[in-house]
Write a protein of this length. Structure first.
Length: 98
């Protein structure tokens, strides 16, 4: 998660630096510059949303895989425990009623 934060904040910092450089170095008229900034901001927002959607899907898949493994392990251990309890009950009955 820390790696994702670093990438995320690096992405935002790069986008901001690019926008500022674009404003300061733009030879275009103000209206054209504003349109470029608007388009760039929209593209940056779209990229950010797509990256975030991908990360969320990856996380969702990982969580679902983990839940499936936990369920499988729980079912297996539950059956093993049930078998052991049944065996101990049978042993106790045989001890009481030889």
């Amino acid at each position: 998660m820390a790696k994702f934060k670093n990438v995320f904040f690096g992405f935002l910092a790069g986008a901001a630096a690019g926008a500022i450089a674009g404003i300061l170095l733009a030879p275009d008229k103000g209206e054209v510059t504003r349109k470029k900034i608007s388009d760039n901001a929209r593209r940056t927002g779209d990229n950010l949303k797509n990256n975030l959607d991908e990360k969320i899907e990856t996380l969702r898949t990982s969580v679902m895989d983990f839940v499936d493994k936990v369920k499988h392990n729980f079912d297996k251990r539950s059956k093993d425990l049930e078998k052991t309890v049944d065996e101990k009950i049978d042993e106790a009955i045989k001890t009481v009623n030889p």
